[in-house]
Design a protein around this ligand. Structure first.
Ligand code: CU
Length: 132
């Protein structure tokens, strides 16, 4: 193998390696989601009640109908109990349009996190947030 050929092979290898790094380092675009608290039809429900998100995404729970509401994750059954606690907002929210925002941390343990609204849990105000 002559030196020129060896040099070209090294250049190609370097370009390929750098390209791979750039692709790996590119941040995935984050999405924002809104979950209505109190469905449009007046039911005591989260809407949507099932949502799948990724790390970096923001979920905004918004007072829509029939307040007060809150967001309490079941830490006992969560893939990560600490994250479930951190994502909870046990304080009651009253005002129409008020939001409670959570940004899914980069190191979030994937899985399904179930939650409820404490005053309306018995009425079936339950939700599921799946982190993929
Ligand atoms: Cu509620």
């Amino acid at each position: 193998m002559n030196l020129t050929k060896r040099f070209l092979q090294a250049v190609f290898a370097a370009v390929f390696a750098i390209g791979t790094l750039v692709i790996a380092a590119a941040p995935a675009s984050a999405s924002s989601y809104t979950i209505k608290m109190g469905a449009d039809n007046g039911m005591l429900a989260f809407e949507p009640k099932d949502l799948t998100v990724s790390a970096g995404d923001t979920v905004s729970w918004q007072i829509n109908k029939m307040p007060p509401h809150n967001v309490v994750f079941d830490d006992g059954k969560a893939p990560d109990a600490d994250l479930a606690k951190a994502m909870s907002n046990t304080k009651m929210m009253f005002a129409s349009g008020d939001t409670y925002d959570v940004t899914i941390p980069a190191d979030a343990t994937p899985g399904t996190y179930t939650y409820f609204c404490s005053p309306h849990r018995g009425a079936g105000m339950l939700g599921k947030l799946t982190i993929q």
